[in-house]
Design a protein. Structure first.
Length: 401
């Protein structure tokens, strides 16, 4: 080494190698470098080693640091929309959803990274999440195609990365955006399955106090969209054990969903009214057991949607609806319970019909739907799917009304 330190051959350790750095006069330092690219220790009280550890720390950081992403582009050209979609699909999104007013909606996930991309029919293309290298890969799909169609635009990956450079975040930490303080105890609600063609739509509510809030944080509760299905299910079991009688799940199975959607549509209402109905039922059920003055919900439309569906007790609440509601531990816990219930129903449908029904609304969902219709019949689709989705048209080969 440059400093003349003795560096014996590395020793293998589990998932990595270990170096023993042996200077002449100061204590030995053992550095573990893991296959994942991380290392320990990251600092030391021996000043002689600080430069070395600083160098290793710098090497470990990704070339494109993880940051909060909130990017909006305008892509109104339908050909360009399709080309961008095709390139993004090559990155293998974790989820592909069919959503109202969207041409497509993809969720990408990597180590410590999540990124949701939505192309709205209006032409608005949004990129939101927490990402670095993943964000750069997505921009490398978009920028070259954009410049081919609009040469005078001259947008670049670097310029788009720079527009978010002021919002870096530390891996493993949430955005430092200040939250509105909500008095405890309070209720949090969230839903799962809304954008999935197969399976139920589930709305869950959770009531927490100062003690259970700490307990939920300690077991690692956070937004279910950032968790694997396995981890989500593990946490759901722990949440139910921690909060007996202080959670409520409203599962709208496909047959009921299709009937209720039809009734709401006949009244000139849409999916958000049905969703609000579920949130209100979760809140009201919890208020039958406990009292509190506040409830938090992730905002999905007009704030009056949920308020209008609440009954006498619920109308006395101060209802807070805001984007990214999952930043509140009660809403995050509700999102996990809702997701777990959704996953349970998907397993039940698979075991009942002996067909793997994928999540989301991708081409694999269409293929599974066609397989289902061949094995059973079109009428039976109402038992497993949300029929108002455009996916039904693709499965049946004709317009569904």
């Amino acid at each position: 080494m440059e400093r003349g330190w003795d560096l014996p051959a590395p020793q293998p350790i589990q998932a990595g190698i270990q170096f023993s750095i042996v200077p002449l006069e100061i204590p030995l330092l053992k550095v573990q470098i893991y296959n994942s690219g991380t290392h320990t220790p990251r600092t030391t009280s021996q000043s002689e080693y600080l430069e070395l550890l600083s160098l290793l720390n710098a090497i470990e950081q990704p070339e494109t640091p993880i940051r909060s992403v909130n990017q909006t582009l305008t892509v109104k050209n339908s050909t360009l929309q399709d080309q961008i979609r095709s390139e993004l699909e090559k990155l293998n999104p974790a989820e592909s959803r069919s959503e109202q007013y969207c041409n497509y909606s993809f969720k990408f996930a990597g180590k410590d990274e999540t990124l949701t991309i939505k192309q709205y029919n209006s032409g608005k293309l949004t990129l939101q999440g927490s990402a670095g290298p993943l964000y750069k890969s997505v921009l490398e799909c978009i920028a070259p195609l954009y410049n081919i169609h609009f040469p005078k635009a001259e947008i670049s990956v670097e310029s788009l990365l720079g527009s978010n450079a002021s919002k870096p975040i530390v891996q493993g930490q949430a955005s430092n955006e200040k939250l509105v303080e909500v008095p405890l105890p309070h209720i949090g609600t969230d839903e799962s399955g809304k954008g999935d063609y197969f399976g139920s739509m589930v709305i869950a509510g959770v009531l927490i106090d100062s003690i259970t809030e700490i307990a939920l944080k300690e077991i690692g509760v956070k937004d279910s969209k950032t968790l694997t299905d396995k981890r989500c299910r593990e946490l759901a079991a722990k949440i139910r054990n921690l909060l007996p009688g202080k959670y409520h799940e409203v599962e709208i199975v496909p047959e009921s969903y299709n009937r209720l959607y039809g009734e709401f549509k006949a009244e000139g209402k849409n999916l958000n009214h049905l969703l609000a109905w579920g949130h209100a039922r979760a809140i009201e059920s919890l208020l039958q057991k406990e009292t509190c003055s506040h409830a938090i919900a992730d905002q999905f439309g007009d704030e009056n949607y949920i308020r209008s569906k609440l009954m006498e007790k619920g109308r006395k609440l101060q209802l807070i609806q805001l984007p990214k509601g999952e930043r509140y531990i009660a809403v995050a816990a509700a999102s996990i319970l809702a997701r777990d219930k959704f996953l349970s129903r998907m397993e039940n449908l698979r075991d009942t019909y002996h067909i793997e029904l994928p999540k989301g609304a991708s081409d694999s969902v269409v293929n599974a739907g066609k397989q289902f219709v061949q094995a059973y019949d079109e009428k039976s689709l109402e038992k497993v799917a949300k029929l108002h989705h455009k996916t039904t048209e693709k499965i049946k080969g004709s317009k569904y009304d």
